[in-house]
Design a protein around this ligand. Structure first.
Ligand code: PLP
Length: 326
């Protein structure tokens, strides 16, 4: 058992707090992708739910606990998906939700946060600036701050995906996980290393947002000055020390991919799987494209973790993506 902040029994218990609409998502062999990628690919589909990302697994847990404690108001920083998920989970439980997000976040994400009745505050800066502002709002207003990846419930919620993966037949050789703040990778990674340690846990980040990958490789927190990637969901600059400690225990590798590969991955998921995904959800396919030899002949699961994307940008990206079909 890896000695992370997570615990299998708590993760199993978490399932009971999460609306079933977010659980037991499709996991299937997508053999139409195999010829182009040179390996057996399975998809874990986290986009077919009311918020179109996995983040509600964690916010369901948080909102359930807070509502039980009688808390009335919460604030979080978000690149868009956590905020949307918290708004969804909070609305059903009478929580007042404030989301602080970058003004540059995809309109599709910001519009949904508003539509779900959350108060949305925009900052002229990136996700890490939004984190500072959310902490300030929590202090001034005396309300609970939700910190993605730092708050253990965000990791435990994501970890329920891991339970669904390790319970699957047939088994698989590697899982590719988009890496941002690290809730998804530490959560899924903990379960995989605890219950199926032979499976390789590979985290994937864009070259343009490499802070956590650099930190994992150097075994210390490395911050970066700015990010430059279309994968807005994983564009963070300041890794959280406790999350890095956990990641060091559960990840076998962390790789960086180019923007052109992310676009090609989005295009392949559209062409061969019929899936419209946001850039962060194509990181796994991008990693296979950049290192086919590593995956050749193996069975690889990629978590398709979000589908909130502005359509104009999407068409631009998949339109310019190179055709990788051999
Ligand atoms: C679609 C998508 N993929 C991946 C991530 C990264 O997850 P984490 O921050 O848990 O590492 C996020 C984060 O919000 C996301 O929205």
């Amino acid at each position: 058992m890896p000695e992370t902040r997570l615990d299998i029994d708590r993760i199993r218990a978490a399932r009971r707090m999460i609306d079933p609409v977010f659980l037991d998502t499709p996991l299937y062999r997508c053999d139409a992708l195999d010829p182009a990628l040179g390996c057996a690919v399975s998809i874990k589909l986290e986009t077919a739910n009311p918020v179109r990302s996995f983040k509600a697994r964690g916010t369901e847990l948080i909102a359930g606990l807070l509502a039980g404690d009688g808390a009335g108001a919460v604030v979080c920083a978000s690149a868009g998906n956590l905020g949307q998920a918290l708004a969804w989970s909070g609305r059903g439980r009478g929580l007042d939700v404030t989301v602080v997000a970058p003004r540059s976040a995809p309109a599709a994400k910001l519009d949904r946060i508003r539509a779900l009745d959350a108060r949305l505050e925009l900052v002229d800066g990136d996700f890490d600036l939004a984190r500072e502002r959310a902490a300030a709002v929590a202090r001034y207003e005396g309300i609970r701050l939700i910190e993605d990846s730092q708050d253990i419930e965000t990791c435990e919620g994501a970890a329920t995906i891991g339970l669904e993966l390790v319970g699957a037949v047939p088994t698989f050789d590697a899982v590719l996980i988009a890496l941002g703040g690290g809730a998804l990778a530490t959560g899924v990674g903990h379960v995989v290393k605890a219950l199926a340690p032979e499976v390789e846990v590979i985290c994937v980040q864009p070259l343009g947002a490499p802070a956590m990958t650099h930190s994992w490789r150097q075994r210390r927190v490395v911050t970066t000055g700015s990010t430059d990637t279309i994968a807005d969901g994983v564009a963070a600059r300041r890794p959280i020390p406790a999350v890095l400690d956990d990641l060091l225990l559960v990840a076998d590798d962390a790789v960086l991919v180019q923007e052109s590969s992310i676009m090609a991955g989005m295009r392949m998921l559209l062409d061969h799987a019929g899936l419209v995904v946001e850039p962060s959800a194509a990181l796994g396919v991008a990693a296979i494209l950049e290192d086919r030899d590593r995956f050749a002949g193996r069975h690889v699961v990629t978590i398709v973790c979000g589908g909130n994307v502005d359509m104009d940008a999407y068409h631009r990206w998949v339109g310019v993506a190179p055709d990788h079909t051999p």
